[in-house]
Design a protein around this ligand. Structure first.
Ligand SMILES: [Cu+2]
Length: 84
């Protein structure tokens, strides 16, 4: 965990919420602008989030302490179909 704070025995960050890697399948990302829009949507919910998008696979990987539901809603609000 690159949080710079103390971690517990399992290496989990003890600073604020638990940061987890969450993977989503998002349909409708057809160009670089779409990737940017999805990334921005996630950053609006969590400015600290790390977002990795593979458009050819429709995958969005988000490292965030926000709930899965909250992240999913943010991306869906941009007009993309979040399958999982
Ligand atoms: Cu686009």
């Amino acid at each position: 965990m690159p949080c710079g704070a103390e971690t517990d025995m399992l290496g989990v960050c003890l600073k604020k919420g638990l940061t987890m890697k969450q993977n989503f399948i998002v349909e409708g990302m057809s160009c670089g602008h779409c990737e940017k829009a999805v990334t921005q949507a996630v950053l609006t919910v969590d400015p600290q989030a790390q977002v990795i998008i593979d458009r050819s696979q429709n995958t969005v990987s988000v490292e965030s302490d926000q709930s899965r539901e909250r992240l999913r809603e943010a991306m869906a609000e941009e007009g993309y179909r979040v399958l999982v």
